[in-house]
Design a protein around this ligand. Structure first.
Ligand SMILES: [Zn+2]
Ligand SMILES: [Zn+2]
Length: 187
């Protein structure tokens, strides 16, 4: 690895890999400043940001041509807790690898590399989505909202409602039985 460099991204958020002027077998660690897009999850908006700016991109030029790449960064995602709706944020660690073998085989060529342009911005945003936690919660044991009245159960400990009586049983409550278990007419 040589010293970190910080090449400017083009207007589309891409890096020109050819500008790194790497020979076969050479590697570079590059600091990149990436714009992360806001996300929509369960119809709510979540803002995203790099937690440790800049991101780290390792690029090595393979002996047969092409590139092996690894992108790492920590991000935060901020928005409503998926249980109680209070604003919260969660850390996301992204560690993603890509290979571009220049084989002409789409299976082996990175979807983020076009010619010598690496679309590091799209890669980072896709990598973030893949690394998201299953749920964004204010805390692991968030108690959420009361399903009956919507009160925040984290704020109101011991909150409960009198058990509702099912109206279908009320007619049965009017029936009377004698000592032998026979229905008594009229009650
Ligand atoms: Zn919560
Ligand atoms: Zn309630």
């Amino acid at each position: 690895m040589t010293d970190a460099i910080d090449p400017p991204l083009d207007d589309d958020g891409r890096i020109d890999l050819a500008a790194l002027r790497m020979g076969s077998g050479e590697g570079r660690r590059i600091a990149v400043r990436i714009d992360l897009d806001a996300l929509t999850l369960s119809e709510d908006r979540y803002d995203t940001a790099l937690a440790d700016d800049p991101a780290r991109l390792d690029v090595s030029r393979m002996l047969g041509g092409g590139y092996a790449m690894r992108l790492r960064f920590d991000a935060t995602i901020s928005g409503p807790c998926m249980r109680c709706l209070q604003p919260t944020s969660a850390g996301v660690r992204v560690d993603s690898r890509e290979l571009d073998e220049r084989s002409g085989d789409a299976q082996l060529d990175s979807p983020y590399v076009d010619g010598d342009a690496l679309d590091v911005t799209r890669w980072a945003n896709d990598g973030l989505v893949l690394a998201l936690p299953a749920r964004v919660l204010c805390r692991e044991d968030c108690r959420g909202l009361c399903p009956e009245c919507g009160v925040d159960l984290n704020a109101e400990t011991g909150h409960e409602h009198a058990p509702a009586r099912d109206p279908r049983w009320s007619a049965l409550g009017d029936l009377r039985f004698d000592d032998d278990g026979r229905l008594v007419d009229g009650g």
